[in-house]
Design a protein around this ligand. Structure first.
Ligand SMILES: *Cc1c(COP(=O)(O)O)cnc(C)c1O
Length: 395
């Protein structure tokens, strides 16, 4: 199989698997126990926290383990909202292209009396820092803007937005789930107050993530019970997963430059190849994009049919985000960058990993060209476009 759905999830690296194994059948203690078995587990936990912090330019105390990116996003936004509410500030700024873990949390907060401003993005999916600045009012308690978009790969101007928020005294959260392990992140340098990451997006295990919260930014209590995670998230820690996440993040950060160079070349080869398909358009910024992300719309095509036929050819791809596939709504991200419904339905996301080869890319280019041609030949819409009965939307 040619796996090109790495934005949905990645295969675990050998390093991550190897790092986890001793914590399934060797180190069996509970980190809260006082005996030596427990203390061995506690030491491993501290070590993992320190190693993760080192990859993000923060301290171990600023790292809280979560069940993944969704929980980290929920926890970050809820915590900032609670801090804001205590000061009577109940306005939150975000964007139209966030992950549903952010957007749905904001929707829930609106029902609880918060007001939310969702900023537009430009045709490439970029947020304008000046718009962030203009939107900030006396009431604003949080700005949450993703580091890089999971569908179209656009990398946002996080440093600029961070600087604005710090200057205005507003908390800044970033969903860095697609960025962690792939792009250099220094939380302090970027003026980030809260940051979410998830291990399974950088070759770590599923069901584990982390939330960075800058010293002095108190988290809301998510789960009552024991004293784990400084009492904010009770429950015995998932030590094997945490060890796997630390190993995966360290490995990803150590080979980041090498991987990015390789992936960028393959990504650009794929973009160039698919651009040869008539009436196709690249979604997202051509250069300010994740090294492994390719996303196209093809006129006259249904994304789902495209995916199924590619699957028959042994290619695992995605249309929009994994969370929305299965629903008939077109991607909110593609709509936000100005794609109309019909066009947004014909989207294809191909996300690469370090293991992707040039042969796989070339095979994929040929396969997509063939499948798009095949589907268009069968499509009454395409016939109308070709006969001039209908105008092309993608020129
Ligand atoms: C995958 C993803 C999430 C959700 O992470 P989980 O660990 O699957 O909960 C959140 N935000 C972005 C940008 C993602 O890509």
């Amino acid at each position: 199989m040619i796996y090109l759905d790495n934005a949905a999830t990645t295969k675990m690296s050998r390093t991550a698997v190897t790092a986890m194994l001793p914590y399934f059948d060797g180190v069996c203690g509970n980190p809260s126990s006082l005996h030596s078995a427990g203390q061995a587990a506690a030491e491993a936990l501290t070590d993992a926290r320190e190693r993760i912090a080192a990859c993000l330019g923060c301290t171990a105390k600023e790292i809280t383990f979560t069940s993944g990116g969704s929980e980290a996003d929920n926890q970050a936004i809820r915590s900032a909202a609670a801090i804001g509410a205590r000061k009577g500030k109940k306005h939150i700024i975000s964007t139209k292209i966030e992950h549903h873990a952010v957007l749905h949390t904001l929707k829930a907060l609106e029902k609880e009396g918060f007001s939310v401003t969702l900023l537009d993005v430009d045709e490439n999916g970029l947020v304008d820092p000046r718009q962030v600045e203009t939107a900030i009012t006396e009431d604003t308690c949080l700005v949450t803007v993703m580091f890089a978009n999971n569908e179209i790969g656009t990398i946002e101007p996080i440093a600029e937005i961070g600087a604005i928020c710090r200057r205005k005294g507003v908390l800044f959260h970033t969903d860095a789930v697609q960025a962690a392990g792939h792009l250099h992140i220094d939380a302090a340098e970027l003026n980030i107050d809260l940051l979410s990451l998830s291990a399974h997006k950088f070759h770590g295990p599923k069901g584990i993530g982390a939330l960075y919260a800058r010293k002095g930014v108190p988290l809301a209590t998510l789960i009552e019970g024991g004293a784990q995670e400084r009492g904010k998230r009770a429950g015995t820690e998932n030590l094997p997963a945490i060890m796997g996440m630390a190993a995966a993040l360290e490995e990803a950060c150590a080979s980041m430059e090498k991987n990015a160079k390789k992936l960028t070349l393959l990504r650009d080869r794929l973009i160039d190849g698919l651009s040869e398909i008539p009436h196709s358009i690249l979604n997202g910024d051509r250069t300010r994009r994740l090294p492994g992300n390719v996303n196209f719309c093809f006129e006259g095509i249904e994304g789902e049919s495209l995916l199924l036929l590619l699957d028959d050819k042994g290619i695992a791809a995605s249309s929009g985000s994994a969370c929305t596939s299965g629903s008939l709504d077109p991607s909110h991200v593609l709509l936000a960058i100005g794609r109309v419904h019909d066009i947004a339905h014909g989207s294809l996301r191909l996300t690469l990993s370090e293991e992707t080869t040039q042969e796989e890319i070339d095979f994929t280019i040929a396969a997509v060209k063939e499948v798009v041609g095949y589907l268009r030949n069968m499509s009454p819409v395409w016939r109308d476009l070709q006969s001039g009965k209908r105008d092309y939307i993608i020129k």
